[in-house]
Design a binder for this molecule. Sequence first.
Ligand code: ADP
Ligand code: TZP
Ligand code: MG
Length: 261
Amino acid sequence: MGPADALSALRDQAPLVHNITNYVAMNVAANVLLAAGASPAMLHAEEEVAEFVGLAGALTINIGTLSAPWLAGMKAAARTATDAEIPWILDPVAHFTTPYRHQATQDLLALSPSIIRGNASEILALAGWATQGKGADAGDDVIQAEAAARELASDQKAVIAVSGAVDFITDGARSVRVSGGSNLMPKVTALGCSLTGLMGAFAAVTSPLEACVAASVLFGAAGEIAQPKADGPGTFAVHFIDGLASIQPDDLAQEDRLTWL
Ligand SMILES: Nc1ncnc2c1ncn2[C@@H]1O[C@H](COP(=O)(O)OP(=O)(O)O)[C@@H](O)[C@H]1O
Ligand SMILES: Cc1ncsc1CCOP(=O)(O)O
Ligand SMILES: [Mg+2]
C-alpha cells in the first residue's frame, strides 16, 4: 500500500509500538508517534520486555544512550520479536564511534531486524565503508551511502532506510528516493530517532518497505508545513508535531516525493 493508505491504516488501528530508545529521544519520539496516530510505549527493563513486545505491533531499538542493562533488554526484546515474527527496527546511533557500541550493534544485527534506519554516516559504516561521521550527526550525504545501503540490504535481508536531505530506502531489489522536509530538521535533536519510531508504527500495519516509505513521506510533509511557520529550530519542533497531527491520508495521495530507481 502507498503512503495514503498506510496513514489511513495507522489512524484506524493506532498500533501499540514498543520503543527502546535513548534518553534524548524518549519524549520527542513518543509525541511524534502520538501525533501521527500510533500508541507509543517506552520501556527497556530486561525483566519485562519479552512479555511486552508480544503485546505490540512492532518494536524499535535505538542504541543512542546505551548501557549494559539496556543492552540486555534490547537483546531480549529483539529475540522475542524475531521469534514471534513481530517487525523490529534497529537505529544504530553512532555505532562506529566506540568498540562497545560497535559490538552491541553487531549483536543486535545478528537478531535479524526487519528494518535498519540510520543517517548516511551510520549506514556507510555499517556496510564497512569509510565515513566522515563523528558522532550522532551525519558527516556524509545520502547519495554517497546508496550503494552501501543496497549492499547492506542484501547482506542483512532487511530494508535499509538512509535519512538526510533526500531519504533513500531499499530492500536490495527495489529502491526509492524520498524528497521533502526542511533544513531545520537536522537542527532538532531526536527527529531521526523519532523517524525510526514512526517506521515501527507503520511496520505494524504494512510491509517493511512500504512502512519506511510512508514514514519518510509523512515526515517530509510535516517538515514542509512547519518550515514557513517556524522562527527557528525551537518553534519548528512544535509546528512539526502539529503538522504531523494535521496531515490527512489524502494529503499523501500524490506520491510526487517518490523517485523509484
Ligand atoms: N537537509 C535536510 N532537508 C530536509 N530534510 C532533512 C534534512 N536533513 C535531515 N532531514 C530529515 O530529518 C529527519 C531525520 O534525519 P537525519 O537528520 O538524517 O537523522 P539523524 O537524526 O539520525 O541524523 C528525516 O526525516 C530526514 O529526511
Ligand atoms: C544527541 C544524542 N546523543 C546520544 S543519542 C542522541 C540523540 C540522537 O538523535 P538523532 O539521531 O535522532 O538526532
Ligand atoms: Mg540518528
